[in-house]
Design a protein around this ligand. Structure first.
Ligand code: NAP
Length: 261
């Protein structure tokens, strides 16, 4: 049968850490699903979640496969950040090993509009090279795990925004840290860029609304944005919105073969 122990509802595991994961959790909490959200556990004070949460890595694809079996997970939703490559690859592998239906919920990337000055870079090392030799005032909004390569370019002045403190700090002589959790508004981000006289923004093409404000603010001010290229998409069905994920689950429940048949 579908479901978790005596709970007859289908058990959905959402790999989270994103706004969409939280929104999907909320949507499923109002429907006939038993839902668990999994967080990597990187953030000290994560946003409140609408359904039960488990925290920390699974121990690779095999560990995730074991979890899917032991917790009788019926459907796996990969709603992690578009740049969280490892967990997404593990999810596809674990789903295949355990024959668990999997869906990727992936928000589409932003696309450039008139006035955007975007520089496509493959990763942080490429962004460092693209910044060049001349000292610049750089707004880094790439997440704490992507900062280390910028230590190779100590001639720049860095303004680093993150949810949790950067520990240890970036090994450069000039860095200013801004602790803040999105969403941000365009006027807030314009004020940040202006007040620090930023002349380059480095960011991921995360898509969605919560962090778009820096892109819009940079456009207004004519500041170039170095955007990390998105990782390749994983090899599984994919949707772009929470509503589509709910529809996929509804459909999949209708098609599901009862366990043990
Ligand atoms: P990653 O490089 O793809 O994953 C590294 C390892 O962290 C995985 O192998 C897994 O450990 C563990 N992990 C990642 N996400 C997990 C989850 N939701 N539940 C349980 N374990 C998880 O991922 P990342 O880039 O470090 O991102 C970590 C989390 O932060 C993700 O949930 C992601 O949605 C969120 N996030 C990432 C970014 C970003 O730019 N990368 C931005 C915002 C939020 P095991 O192999 O031991 O299972």
């Amino acid at each position: 049968m579908l479901g978790l122990g005596l709970d007859m509802r289908p058990h959905v595991l959402i790999l989270g850490g994103t706004t969409e994961a939280r929104e999907l959790g909320f949507a499923l909490s109002c429907r006939d699903f038993a839902t668990t959200i999994s967080l990597a556990g990187r953030t000290a004070t994560p946003a409140a979640q609408p359904v039960p949460v488990r925290r920390g890595g699974f121990g690779g694809a095999d560990g995730l496969a074991e979890y899917l079996c032991s917790q009788r997970v019926d459907f796996l939703i990969d709603a992690t950040h578009p740049y969280a490559e490892t967990i997404s690859a593990n999810a596809v592998q674990a789903a295949s090993q355990t024959h668990t239906p999997i869906l990727s919920l992936r928000r589409p990337p932003w696309t450039a509009v008139d006035g955007d000055v975007w520089i496509d870079v493959s990763d942080a090392q490429a962004a460092v090279r693209a910044l060049g030799e001349r000292s610049r005032r750089v707004f880094l909004a790439v997440g704490r795990q992507e900062l280390t390569p910028f230590a190779a370019a100590p001639q720049h002045y860095y303004f680093i925004r993150s949810v949790d403190p950067v520990e240890p700090p970036l090994d450069v002589p000039q860095a200013h840290y801004i602790l803040a959790r999105g969403p941000f508004t365009e006027s807030e981000d314009r004020a940040v860029l202006e007040s620090f006289s930023i002349d380059a923004v480095v960011a991921k093409n995360s898509g969605g609304e919560a962090t778009y404000s820096k892109i819009a603010a940079a456009r207004q001010l004519g500041i170039p944005v170095l955007l990390f290229r998105r990782p390749a998409v994983t090899d599984c069905p994919s949707v772009a919105t929470v509503a589509e994920a709910v529809a996929w689950l509804d459909h999949a429940v209708g098609l599901a073969v009862p366990r043990g048949v």
